[in-house]
Design a protein around this ligand. Structure first.
Ligand code: PMP
Length: 412
């Protein structure tokens, strides 16, 4: 019986390999059709260079970024306008720089610079975003994995760790439609993060709200206002909020944002003023004119949804048809964001990714969702369906299903 199943799975796999596919579900990139939605931006701001407040965007000045763009994104990112910075083209860069600044100059509330600490540790809810982990690796910040639940990080674990150990200086959070499992933090998790006692006086939440408006359903999911909750709890300086238009307008040519307490903003701008005279305000104006207001952002995101929701539906369909009754196989059904997490029986993820690769289907390496690239259970695979056209997503997922069947049959 088992042999039959294995040989059938092997046959299907051989047929898949024979097709000589070349498909890619690795990274969360917008497709060309999504980028086309913002192509009109390339003609902006045209000959116009004066902002609403009279700023000549062609010239120096305005380290905090253009006010009219900050006004549009303040409600999107739940940050008061005066506490929001609009900056360069990458939020990852802002996260990196913020940690470099904290290493080299004491944060508000810090006793010393982080380089003068014996060690600096960040909590990494897993599965998580590999580039967050890479920033820490680069800067010598240790990562300590904590488990995710369906409502955010396991707060019993987080509270216990941060209360006991002053070397734990921060936590990575993707609060809405998390990369990679699509989890949305509950209000209770956010409240606990904002108010929990920490042994470190300079503990920070890296609140990476990368998918704030990236809905895949009619429900515009909201998360709690972390800055307000932290301020109410007496920890105003705890959160750094990040976001960008990378997956709203042009990935690589968008605008990134940072929001924080007045003290953090002052600290950040003073240090950043040493590395640049200011951000690209022409791009800020381009974005402000393109959107008009926050409703313009929401309307634009509807167009993205129309393009990518069918890809997520295709992925869901293949998984349901193949694995609805398969023990140990489950997947996330995100209401937004860019990723689906496929969970397979322990020890099988690496094998599936390898089989897919040999069949010409690139998947994110197994383990990428964990610090050090090591998923101890070897059971998590991140799927990113946005970039390829719909027919390729369908083909690639059918191929992934064949690989999962074979990897499971091999282990039975
Ligand atoms: N944060 C998360 C959670 C992401 O998924 C991504 C992009 N994949 C980024 C940040 C990077 O954003 P940016 O282009 O603004 O650097």
């Amino acid at each position: 019986m088992t042999t039959d199943v294995t040989s059938r799975a092997q046959e299907a796999y051989d047929a898949l390999v024979a097709q000589g596919m070349k498909l890619d579900l690795t990274r969360g990139k917008p497709s060309a059709a999504q980028l086309d939605l913002s192509v009109a931006m390339l003609g902006l701001p045209g000959e116009r260079y004066k902002a609403a407040d009279g700023t000549d965007t062609r010239n120096y000045q305005g380290l905090q970024g253009l006010t009219e763009l900050r006004e549009i994104f303040a409600p999107v990112l739940q940050v008061p306008v005066e506490q929001l910075i609009a900056f360069g083209n990458s939020s990852l860069e802002l996260m990196h720089d913020t940690l470099v600044h904290a290493l080299l100059s004491p944060l508000p509330g810090a006793e010393r610079r982080w380089v003068d600490e014996e060690k600096v540790v960040f909590l990494a809810p897993v599965p998580g975003y590999d580039r967050h982990f890479a920033v820490c690796d680069r800067l010598g910040i240790e990562l300590l994995a904590v488990p995710m639940t369906s409502e955010g990080p396991d707060m019993d674990v987080v509270e216990r760790l941060v209360a006991a150990d002053p070397s734990i200086k921060g936590i990575w959070c993707v609060p809405k439609y998390a990369n990679p499992d699509g989890v949305v933090y509950s209000d209770e998790v956010t409240r606990r993060l904002a108010s929990m006692p920490t042994a470190a006086s300079d503990f920070r939440i890296m609140w990476d709200n990368a998918y704030a408006v990236h809905h895949l359903t009619d429900e515009a999911v909201e998360v709690a206002d972390v800055l307000a909750l932290a301020a109410e709890a007496g920890h105003a300086d705890r959160p750094f909020v990040f976001g960008s238009t990378s997956k709203i307008t042009l990935a690589g040519a968008g605008v990134a944002f940072l929001g924080a307490s007045p003290a953090n903003v002052k600290w950040w701008l003073a240090l950043t003023g040493k590395r640049t005279i200011g951000p690209d305000k022409v791009n800020h104006l381009r974005h402000a004119l393109f959107f008009g207001d926050a409703a313009g952002v929401a309307a634009h995101m509807e167009k993205h949804r129309a393009l990518i929701a069918p890809k997520f539906a295709a992925l869901e369909k293949v998984l349901t048809e193949n694995f609805a009754d398969t023990p140990g196989v489950s997947w996330s059904t995100p209401k937004g964001g860019y990723f689906v997490t496929l969970t397979v029986p322990e020890g099988r993820a690496t094998r599936i990714v390898q089989l897919a690769k040999e069949a010409g289907i690139s998947l994110t390496p197994a383990g990428a969702t964990h610090p050090g690239g090591d998923d101890p259970a070897d059971s998590i695979i991140r799927l990113a369906p946005t970039f390829p056209p719909l027919d390729e997503v369908e083909k690639a997922m059918a191929g992934v299903a064949v690989c999962v069947h074979l990897a499971l049959a091999e282990a039975s």
